[in-house]
Design a protein around this ligand. Structure first.
Ligand code: MN
Length: 207
């Protein structure tokens, strides 16, 4: 793979300074499952506008990653996720990181692409980038950090590789449909939604 690096525990100082120069970076995580309190964080993937991808392995029992925290909390670098709600919860629960500012391509898609119900990453990449994503490693054992397969790593890298382009296309659609402001408001309230999720409230807004 072109510009792809695997790291352990934390970003190097060099990688941190490189990623900090970006206006926006793509971020994704792989975990043992869907419950942050039960299922540990295994991998954090990053991609900058130049296409530099890092897959950062998080060790079992690891509770912080100072350089990753500096990057993900840096106010001048937008962090682009697909379904940020989940990644923000696991990053906060596992590593104490309060990610901001955030752009979520799933929320943007729901607000802009009202002509479809298909808002999965695979659907978005297919329609907006004309690329067929192979998601067959999605539900695999990410806990065996020492022995991640080439297939798993290539899957993990592809999950961040298209997010920055998707963001640009979705911003154009949101502007056209006059929904960029409501999208930004949704992104800004994500930390609150994540707090409620981690406290296991289902829907405090419901009647
Ligand atoms: Mn992923």
């Amino acid at each position: 793979m072109e510009d792809f690096q695997v790291s352990d525990h934390d970003l190097s100082d060099l990688a941190l300074s490189e990623y900090l120069q970006a206006e926006a970076i793509a971020v994704d995580t792989e975990t043992m499952g869907l419950l942050p309190q039960r299922d540990r964080l295994c991998l954090v993937q990053l991609c900058n506008p130049e296409g530099k991808v890092t897959a950062l392995k998080i060790a079992k029992g690891q509770t912080d990653a100072p350089n990753l925290k500096r990057l993900l909390e840096a106010k001048n670098v937008v962090k682009v996720f697909h379904f940020a709600r989940f990644d923000l919860a696991t990053l906060r629960y596992s590593l104490g990181i309060q990610v901001q500012p955030v752009f979520c391509t799933k929320i943007a898609s729901k607000l802009a692409r009202t002509y479809t119900q298909r808002h999965g990453l695979k659907d978005l990449v297919q329609e907006l980038e004309q690329v067929e994503l192979d998601k067959s490693a999605q539900s695999s054992d990410w806990g065996n950090a020492a022995n991640l397969t080439a297939k798993q790593l290539s899957y993990a890298a592809n999950d961040v590789r298209y997010l920055l382009n998707l963001r640009q296309t979705l911003i154009e659609m949101l502007v056209r449909e006059e929904r960029l402001e409501i999208a930004k408001e949704c992104f800004e309230c994500l930390p609150t939604i994540v707090s409620l999720d981690l406290l296991q409230f289902k829907d405090v807004f419901e009647h």
